[in-house]
Design a protein around this ligand. Structure first.
Ligand SMILES: Nc1ncnc2c1ncn2[C@@H]1O[C@H](COP(=O)(O)OP(=O)(O)O)[C@@H](O)[C@H]1O
Ligand SMILES: [Mg+2]
Length: 257
């Protein structure tokens, strides 16, 4: 059997009021693909994820997620683990680490069911995987941004979704934590074959794992396996900055300048 198409976008345009955020997007994603999305600020990366999540409706074009269209897309949200770019949890809101991770279980089953033993077990295992088990009763607001991001990863792990949408999960955190998060996500992708969208700027850490990379600048500028798509010229055109490519251990690394 052919691999199943899990996302089908044809000729999609998304607007905020009159402002076009993304346009003419044609993209088919197969079950299990690991997709990177890069592009300058304002190029529509977050918009693309919100469209897939059903938080935004296209102004025109057709979208199918898990084979469903239209209003049905909103009902699929429990199958999708989403880490937003700017999580809106108030630093002073008195919520503990374990409660944040438990939100993943609510996302899966809804608020109308009290979490049981099994939920708690899954949540604690998820916190253990991200190295935050010792902090379960710590107020979330007291953690560093890197620790908070580890907990966000635990939350989507606990959700046991069929797709991950990760919006710059390693922006503004230290290299060690970046490495932990990228390793976790690539490991889960590999072992569980979860379709994964990873919006990132740190392409060097990621490209070796990606099936395809999307270079987005309102429309899709390039898409394909990183080795075929990425070069100095493409990155210069995308980011409007000079980039130099260095081969290292069979992979390519890009530096500005
Ligand atoms: N809620 C909004 N209202 C109006 N314009 C928005 C909104 N969100 C994003 N935009 C605009 O849409 C474009 C794409 O934004 P976004 O998807 O956030 O880009 P990226 O994630 O690549 O930085 C930008 O020009 C941005 O200013
Ligand atoms: Mg964004």
């Amino acid at each position: 059997m052919d691999n199943q198409k899990i996302i089908e976008l044809s000729n999609i345009t998304v607007k905020y009021g009159e402002k076009v955020a993304i346009s003419n997007i044609n993209l088919d994603i197969e079950q299990g693909e690991f997709i990177g999305v890069i592009g300058p600020n304002g190029s529509g990366k977050t918009t693309l994820l919100k469209l897939i999540l059903g938080l935004l409706k296209p102004a025109s074009g057709r979208i199918k997620i898990f084979g469903k269209q239209g209003r049905l897309i909103g009902r699929l949200r429990s199958k999708i683990g989403y880490i937003p770019q700017n999580p809106e949890i108030d630093r002073y809101f008195p919520i503990k680490v374990i409660d944040v991770a438990m939100m993943g279980r609510y996302a899966k089953y809804g608020f109308f069911r009290n979490p049981g033993k099994e939920d708690k077990k899954i949540v604690i295992e998820s916190l253990e995987k991200v190295g935050m088990k010792d902090y379960i009763f710590t107020p979330f607001g007291q953690l560093s941004s890197g620790q908070q991001q580890r907990v966000s990863v635990a939350r989507v792990l606990a959700q046991q979704p069929e797709m991950f949408l990760l919006d710059e999960p390693t922006a503004n955190i230290d290299m060690g934590t970046q490495d932990v998060i990228i390793n976790l996500i690539t490991e889960i992708h590999k072992t569980q074959n979860i379709t994964t969208f990873y919006v990132a700027h740190e392409i060097n850490l990621l490209t070796q794992y990606l099936d395809r990379i999307i270079c987005l600048n309102q429309s899709i500028f390039k898409v394909g396996p990183p080795k075929e798509v990425l070069n100095e010229e493409v990155l210069r055109d995308l980011y409007k900055v000079n980039v130099t490519m260095f081969p290292h251990k069979g992979h390519y690394f890009f530096l500005v300048g």
